[in-house]
Structures are given as structure tokens and as C-alpha cells.
Design a protein around this ligand. Structure first.
Ligand SMILES: Cc1cc2nc3c(=O)[nH]c(=O)nc-3n(C[C@H](O)[C@H](O)[C@H](O)COP(=O)(O)OP(=O)(O)OC[C@H]3O[C@@H](n4cnc5c(N)ncnc54)[C@H](O)[C@@H]3O)c2cc1C
Length: 486
């Protein structure tokens, strides 16, 4: 049966609303790649020129250098979350519990190790000069900032020790404060083989490399309709169309206009602010360049000192987006900007006089498992989608892209057979609208209450706890880690 989906077009950010990453590399009037015009054919068509789309094309070329691939990007490659994120690169070892629940312990470990390999691969791609990304492996630090969060990492470290993996160093007290240059840090982990990157440089150099190898990439080419149901699917843009044997929907939160995808993912805003260059202040604070720092709060704060000595701070605001309709507010939101700047000044009072040069919002696609979901559309086994990165993707996409590439090219291998690539029966459905939006706003208020009370070491009431428990969570069968008795 033929089915036509209407796809949403992103609202392009104005050139002043673009992220620091984009503005630091891309001229305001840099030309776009040519838009799709006329009717075309491709073996595989990808909707979305972010890192999911680009890495999948990269992996497909590894499997088949002649693969005939077309990528359709609504704005320009990297204009979505891939060019707007916090630039933190770390493994999936910290998500071992989420992974274990969905794919079992052995596969969880294999995938976490694969993200460590992906970081080595990025390092090598940069070292060889093939890709540009300002990758600096100065470590990833995650610390508790309230007594209520203490101990969170101990079980993970104990479990990894028992399995023979030691990606983390334990830090506490003075060493935690020194690692983060923040007085509020209590205890946590340092993962040395991790760090930061310039995500838009990565996107731009991957785009150029793929173009040189024959991948067709069209910009300013929003897919407005997707027609499924035949042996091939058709993607329609305002001025053209592509008929493809296989399709990958890699359009992040914008994919929520497809009902099946909307049921497994919800979109929230993430806010980032960046100061002007303040090398002396950051030296005085003791913030190490290139290190990725984050905390264990539910509204996680993450930061880095950029290559040009700015302080970048981001926060998962958790502000829900009604029906996943991303509009102008999801490019720039003055209210969130003020809130995150206040957090910056609370953590690092020395930065109070530093002007904020850049501020932007990016969409975060959240799944109940906190892991990406790979699935085919119900009536169209030849159309795959991949969403649900939940804010952890830079070392993870290169791994998952192996699964996507193998599935799109019908290659039977350890990646296409990964339980993560076939989560049937383990995908948690999210409440439908308008219940989801109303619920998410109420839960967000409870989360903020909890964050504030935890910081001041106050008790969390049962109403707050019960409301937070309403957050979509994976409750299916899965391996549980039972810590050994002390
Ligand atoms: C504020 C923020 C901070 C983050 N920080 C980190 C971090 O520090 N570390 C980390 O690992 N991850 C982080 N993430 C997550 C990470 O950036 C994303 O998970 C990842 O970039 C998703 O890549 P993607 O290609 O799936 O999506 P995107 O990069 O959003 O790409 C999707 C593309 O699809 C295009 N598109 C949409 N609709 C259509 C259509 N109809 N037709 C054609 N094209 C369309 C969009 O224009 C967009 O370019 C962060 C995300 C955000 C938003």
C-alpha cells in the first residue's frame, strides 16, 4: 500500500543565531551546495546531512566504494544538532546500564569498546590530515556536585573492573575540584581517552571527503514528502525528486512528523553559551584546554575551554517541544540563555565580566532507553530511521553507522546482527500529544525543583519524586547488574 508522509522543514537559523562552531568556520555568505533539481535515482537516499547521515554514507563506502548514495539536506550540512552541540567526545562505558538493559551485557561491552575504538579512529583521521576536527583528547570528567549524587559511578567502575575494562580513573575531593576547576565538584571519574572536538569542522570535512568520492549531496533541499510502499521509495523536494531502493531517515528531531517515529522519541531544547576569549581568566580558574567536563545533575551541565580560549557551557534544558515542531525558538531562546549564563557565573564567578559572544539552542532527540533506535517503517522495510541519541553521539554515531550501512546494503555481519540494530519488542512508546507536552512541562518543573534542592542538600518530597518517575523509561526485560556484597 502506498503511503505519503509529509515531512517538516527546519526553520533555518539566521546567520547571527548560528552556533559558535558554525560561525567560527563558515562565512555568512558561503555558498550552499546545489539544491536537488529534476528527477533522480539512487541506490540509497539519506534524509539529513548531519553526522548520522554523513557517517552512514562513510561506512557504506567502506563496504562498497561504488555505492550510489544521495544525501538530501534541508539547510546546509551540520546546520542541525551536529553543528550545534557541546563538542564532548566520550565512550559508551558510562551508559553501560542503559546498554545492558537493551542489548545484554556482552553486546553492551562490545559496543562500549567500539566507541573507544571510534575515538582512536577519529584521532587517526585527524593525524593523517584526512579529516579536520580539533580533536583534543584531554579527558572527559563527570562529577557529582551534591551529596545525593555521590556514589553514582562506583557500581559502574566495580562492574567494569570485574569485566577487565578500566576506562576510568576515580577522582574525589581535591582531585575532582582540580580536574574541573570548580569548587562544587565532589567525586566522579576521569576518562583519559576522551575529550573535545570542533563538531562543525568534522561535518564540513566529512562532507568534502564524501563529495570527492562521488556521494551526491544536495543542500537547501528539504524533503517535503516521502512516498513509501513500493520496491523503491520516493523523496520529493520543492524542485525535484529521488527514487531510491533504500532510504535512511536521519533528520533527528525533525523526523517527529512521521507518526511511528514520534511515538518513540521526543524532542527537547539544549542551550549553549560561549564567552569571548578569556585566556587569562581561564588560566586563573585553572581550566584545562580541551577537556570535556560535565556533572551528574538531571539537567546536566557540560563545558569546555575552546581552542581560542573561550568558555563554552551547555545545559540539557529539558524544555519540551510541542509535537516536535521545531520553530524559531528552537534556534535561539533568550530566556534559556539567561538561565545558562547564570549557571556559568555560579560555577565560575571569575567569568562574570566576560561577554557572551554566542548563544544558541539545538534539538535533542530523546528515547526512553537513552539509546538510538534503528527501525524500519512499519509498511516499508526498505525505509529505515535512526533517532534517539539523547545527547550522546560524537563517538557513538561512527559505531551505529556501521549497523545502518550494513542494513542499507544488505550486508550480513556482526553490525547488522547487533541487537541494537533490531530492538523489536524493546522499544518503549512515549505518551501521545497533548498529554506528552503537558506531562513533560510538569515533569520538567519537578526536575528543576529536585536539582535546586539537591544542590542545597535538602530532602526531595514524594510529590517531586513521583512526578519525575513519570518520565518515559525502559522497563523491559534486560540484564541487571547486581553489585557484589561488600
Ligand atoms: C545543544 C546540544 C548539545 C549536544 N552536546 C553533545 C556533546 O557534547 N557530545 C555528544 O556526543 N553529543 C552531543 N549532542 C548530541 C549530538 O549533537 C546529536 O545527537 C547528533 O549531532 C545528531 O546527529 P544527526 O545527524 O542525527 O542530527 P542533525 O545533526 O540534527 O542532522 C539532521 C539534519 O536533518 C536535516 N533535516 C531535517 N528535516 C529535513 C527534511 N525534511 N529534509 C532534509 N533534511 C532535513 C536538518 O537540517 C539537519 O541538518 C548535543 C546535541 C545538542 C542539540
Amino acid at each position: 500500500m502506498t503511503r505519503t508522509y509529509r515531512m517538516r522543514r527546519p526553520v533555518s537559523a539566521g546567520s547571527d543565531e548560528r552556533s559558535y562552531w558554525i560561525q567560527s568556520v563558515r562565512d555568512r555568505d558561503e555558498p550552499y551546495l546545489p539544491a536537488l533539481s529534476g528527477d533522480h535515482r539512487a541506490r540509497v537516499a539519506i534524509i539529513g546531512g548531519g553526522l548520522t547521515g554523513l557517517w552512514t554514507a562513510w561506512r557504506m563506502l567502506e563496504l562498497d566504494p561504488e555505492a550510489d548514495i544521495a544525501i538530501l539536506e534541508a539547510d546546509f550540512c551540520g546546520s542541525g544538532a551536529s553543528g550545534r552541540n557541546g563538542g564532548q567526545v566520550h565512550t559508551w562505558f558510562g551508559s553501560l546500564d542503559f546498554l545492558r538493559a537493551v542489548v545484554g551485557r556482552d553486546e553492551a561491552l562490545r559496543l562500549a569498546r567500539a566507541t573507544d575504538d571510534a575515538i582512536s579512529e577519529l584521532e587517526e583521521l585527524q593525524r593523517s590530515g584526512r579529516l579536520d576536527m580539533d580533536l583534543r583528547l584531554e579527558g572527559f570528567v563527570n562529577v557529582s556536585v551534591a551529596p545525593a549524587h555521590d556514589g553514582g559511578w562506583r557500581d559502574t567502575i566495580r562492574e567494569l573492573d570485574a569485566l577487565g575494562d578500566h576506562p576510568y580513573e576515580w577522582i574525589e575531593g581535591a582531585s575532582a575540584r582540580e580536574a574541573t576547576a570548580a569548587a562544587t565538584s565532589r567525586e566522579g571519574v576521569l576518562e583519559p581517552h576522551s575529550g573535545t572536538m570542533h563538531p562543525y569542522k568534522l561535518v564540513a570535512s566529512m562532507r568534502d571527503d564524501l563529495l570527492a568520492r562521488g556521494v551526491r549531496i544536495y543542500e537547501r533541499s528539504p524533503v517535503t514528502e516521502l512516498v513509501t510502499g513500493g520496491v523503491a521509495a520516493e523523496l520529493r523536494t520543492p524542485d525535484g525528486s529521488v527514487v531510491a531502493d533504500r532510504v535512511l531517515i536521519a533528520s533527528n528531531a525533525w523526523a517527529g512528523s512521521i507518526p511511528q517515529i514520534n511515538r518513540v522519541m521526543y524532542a527537547v531544547d539544549g542551550q549553549v553559551v560561549v564567552t569571548r576569549p578569556i585566556p587569562e581568566v581561564l588560566d586563573e580558574v585553572g581550566l584545562r584546554p580541551g577537556r570535556a567536563i560535565s556533572d551528574s545533575q538531571m539537567q546536566v551541565l557540560y563545558l569546555q575551554r575552546t581552542v581560542d580560549d573561550r568558555l563554552l557551557l551547555g545545559q540539557g534544558s529539558g524544555l519540551p517541544i510541542f509535537k516536535d515542531c521545531l520553530e524559531r525558538r528552537t534556534n535561539r531562546n533568550p530566556r534559556l540563555e539567561v538561565e545558562v549564563t547564570a549557571e556559568l557565573h555560579r560555577m565560575y564567578p571569575e567569568t562574570r565580566d566576560a561577554a557572551i559572544d554566542y548563544a544558541w539552542v539545538g534539538p535533542i532527540d530523546i528515547s526512553a532507553t537513552h539509546l538510538p533506535i534503528i527501525e524500519a517503517l512499519e509498511e516499508a522495510p526498505n525505509v529505515l530511521y535512526c533517532v534517539g541519541w539523547t545527547g550522546t553521539a560524537l563517538a557513538q554515531i561512527p559505531v551505529v553507522a556501521r549497523m545502518l550501512a550494513a542494513k542499507l546494503l544488505d550486508v550480513d555481519d556482526e553490525w547488522s546482527r547487533s541487537p541494537l540494530a533490531d530492538q523489536k519488542g524493546r522499544i518503549t512508546k512515549i505518551f501521545p500529544e497533548p498529554l506528552r507536552y503537558i506531562g513533560a512541562r510538569i515533569v520538567r518543573r519537578a526536575v528543576i525543583r529536585r536539582v535546586v534542592r539537591e544542590r542545597t542538600n535538602r530532602r526531595i518530597g514524594w510529590v517531586t519524586r513521583s512526578l519525575i518517575a513519570l518520565m518515559p523509561r525502559y522497563r523491559g526485560p534486560g540484564d541487571e547488574y547486581v553489585p557484589p556484597k561488600p
